[in-house]
Ligand binder design. Structure first.
Ligand SMILES: [Zn+2]
Length: 477
């Protein structure tokens, strides 16, 4: 495919040139890691954490007792209230059916006799009904109940449903959790289906931690008692202002006020940051979580400006800059002097690349030395370009993308010495350095909202001040 871009590099050169390029590239890499000293180690940590946790963070928080315990005070560690359920019996076994029937008979017809089912990977509700010996027509009746279709058809492995089945093998009730605070029981009889809602009380506990970086961020946060999920959340909320892969230094400090959610005395989840301060290379950044009247939440700085900017700081998480924007440099492959009008991020092949901002895919295809390339048009004359992809994301040319959505994966297609993302930022067709380009600051909250914002965030600000004054102090309120 021929590109309309005049800056598109020339056609590929012989293999020797490529090898020469490799040497200069890897030398560059060594220099960089030497310059960064002790911090280069946690870049790798980070990467691992980011890639693993991106997919399983929820699961970890919900299941790993280590994470759950980490933010608790020692005295509270052992306290857990576990709801006792009749264990699920082996499906289909005659013995199981006999015991179930006997239990049901003993309890009398009015007592619910819950049989707990945990969804296995790939299992559908139809399969679960079949396994329980229930007819498909019962499931169809349930699906017609308003609000029941989603919870009964869209669920993850591990989701729990409880069945109350009569001695005659008829479904009397089905129980599930609509959300973390609402348990629903659908009672079934000949006359119809009746929904019963059980509200479960959630307790929110505010945690406060402080720490400073001596070796790595993950080490500092875990020393402070912060869970990995909360650490990643912190990296996300400050991510527009601080590049957690490039900018951190020994001596950087953080003070975080966050919330853990408990249900029935058990820690359900954690990680929602209410307010935080991050001191990076002597400069303080503040963030406050604000809930609008309609329940929507967003993060703002102390002036009430949204933390979320029009463009991401980096389109690849926890990647390392391997080449900066320069007016002239020796091209690693071609060996000639030429400008490098973008930033290279070294990252393993397959690392997701995220749209830097909202926009429309202008181009997704092969573009000479750029290899697999995506260009996004963000409007107002701004375009971003992503080159050397190993493969594309799900979007075709012309599709709308939102900031942060995956548009492709890091690779080494075209003229590249190793897997990296070549990223360009253009304003009205002129290349700008993505690391330094200044864009207009987002507008702060309107005056009417700002008063409410101040009122809501004031107690959090006070806590941050206490934390900052106390240094390493840590408390649970
Ligand atoms: Zn490049």
């Amino acid at each position: 495919m021929h590109s309309p871009d005049p800056l598109n590099p020339a056609a590929p050169r012989p293999a020797q040139a490529v090898r020469r390029g490799e040497t200069s590239e890897s030398r560059g890499r060594t220099r960089l890691s030497q310059a960064l000293g002790p911090l280069s180690r946690f870049r790798r940590d980070h990467w691992l954490l980011a890639s693993v946790l991106a997919s399983v963070s929820t699961l970890l928080v919900l299941t790993a007792p280590g994470f759950a315990g980490a933010s608790l005070q020692p005295a509270e560690r052992g306290r857990q209230i576990v709801e006792l359920e009749l264990p699920a019996l082996l499906p289909g076994s005659e013995e199981a059916a006999r015991i179930e029937a006997e239990v049901a008979a003993r309890q009398g017809p009015d007592e619910a006799n819950w049989r707990l089912v945990s969804v296995r990977p790939g299992q559908t509700m139809g399969a679960i009904f079949a396994e329980q010996g229930l007819p498909a027509r019962t499931l169809h009746r349930l699906l017609e109940q308003p609000g029941a279709r989603d919870p009964l058809t869209r669920f993850r492995p591990g989701t729990e449903f409880a069945f109350d089945i009569s001695g005659e093998g008829e479904l009397r009730a089905l129980r599930f959790d609509r959300d973390e605070a609402t348990r629903v029981v659908l009672h079934v009889d000949d006359s119809g289906i009746r929904e019963e809602k059980l509200e479960r009380e959630l307790q929110r506990r505010i945690q406060m931690v402080s720490g400073s970086i001596t070796a790595s961020l993950s080490e500092a946060t875990s020393r402070a008692g912060m869970s990995t999920a909360t650490m990643l959340e912190m990296a996300k909320v400050f991510g527009y202002d601080i590049d957690f892969a490039q900018d951190l230094r020994v001596g950087d400090e953080f003070h975080v006020v966050y919330e853990d959610v408990y249900r029935d005395g058990e820690r359900l989840r954690g990680g929602d940051i209410l307010a935080a301060t991050f001191v990076n290379r002597g400069k303080s950044y503040h963030v406050f979580r604000y809930t609008f009247a309609d329940g929507k939440t967003e993060y703002f700085d102390a002036e009430g400006r949204p933390m979320q900017k029009s463009f991401l700081r980096t389109p690849v998480d926890f990647a390392r800059i391997s080449s900066r924007f320069t007016a002239s440099r020796k091209h690693p492959v071609l060996g000639t002097m030429r400008a490098h009008r973008g930033v290279d991020y070294a990252a393993p092949t397959g690392t997701p690349i995220r749209a830097a901002g909202n926009g429309r895919i202008r181009f997704a295809g092969w573009q000479g030395g750029y290899g697999r390339t995506v260009i996004i048009d963000h409007g107002q004359g701004i375009t971003t370009l992503y080159a050397h992809l190993s493969r594309f994301g799900p979007h075709k040319t012309g599709a709308r993308v939102t900031q942060g959505s995956t548009i492709g994966f890091v690779g080494a297609s075209g003229l590249a010495t190793g897997p990296h993302l070549h990223y360009e930022f253009r304003v009205h067709g002129v290349h700008r350095d993505p690391l330094t380009v200044t864009l207009p600051k987002p507008e702060p909250l309107p005056r009417s909202e700002l008063a409410r914002f101040r009122q809501q965030t004031q107690p959090m600000l006070a806590r941050l001040e206490v934390l900052a004054a106390g240094g390493q102090a840590r408390a649970s309120l």
